[in-house]
Design a protein. Structure first.
Length: 159
């Protein structure tokens, strides 16, 4: 699913709850702050950059990096979110949670898109990982106040 398939204002509103601004760049141009290049979302400070052909999974993934990183890294953020393997796994989990906040997407579509893009999971698919192998990710997100015990977003940044 691409940004053009979604309600831009709904995506922007979701990101704004975390202090992020979604910026639309012109099609067929480089996306500022894109680590992967091509149509993948970019991240510079609290600004998320995307084109209409940018996958929603990419927009949410980069946004979740911002949410999950500490304040010192957030202040220096430009293109490469960095972070630990534990944080990366938490980012993947959180993007699934946040996809449920978008009427056009939801977790099932997000996991399908993550598999299609090539995210790698030990259990062979995103859905199997999410269902059976995410105890550590949930604990990480809970310990940083990013999700609730009922697996809902708190709309708070990691402090």
């Amino acid at each position: 699913m691409r940004l053009r398939d979604a309600d831009f204002n709904e995506v922007a509103k979701l990101l704004s709850q975390y202090g992020l601004t979604l910026n639309l760049t012109h099609d067929n141009t480089d996306i500022p702050g894109s680590f992967w290049g091509d149509d993948e979302a970019g991240l510079i400070a609290d600004q998320v950059y995307a084109r209409t052909d940018t996958p929603l999974h990419s927009i949410l993934h980069e946004s979740c990096h911002y949410i999950c990183m500490d304040q010192s890294r957030r202040r220096e953020l430009h293109t490469n979110a960095g972070g630990t393997a534990d944080e990366e796994n938490a980012v993947c989990y959180l993007q699934i949670i946040l996809s449920n906040e978008l009427t056009c997407m939801g977790a099932k579509m997000m996991m399908k898109d993550m598999d299609s893009w090539g995210y790698s999971f030990r259990l062979g698919s995103c859905a199997a990982w999410y269902q059976d192998d995410t105890v550590d990710e949930v604990e990480w997100l809970l310990s940083h106040g990013i999700i609730t015990e009922s697996n809902k977003p708190t709309f708070l940044l990691r402090q």
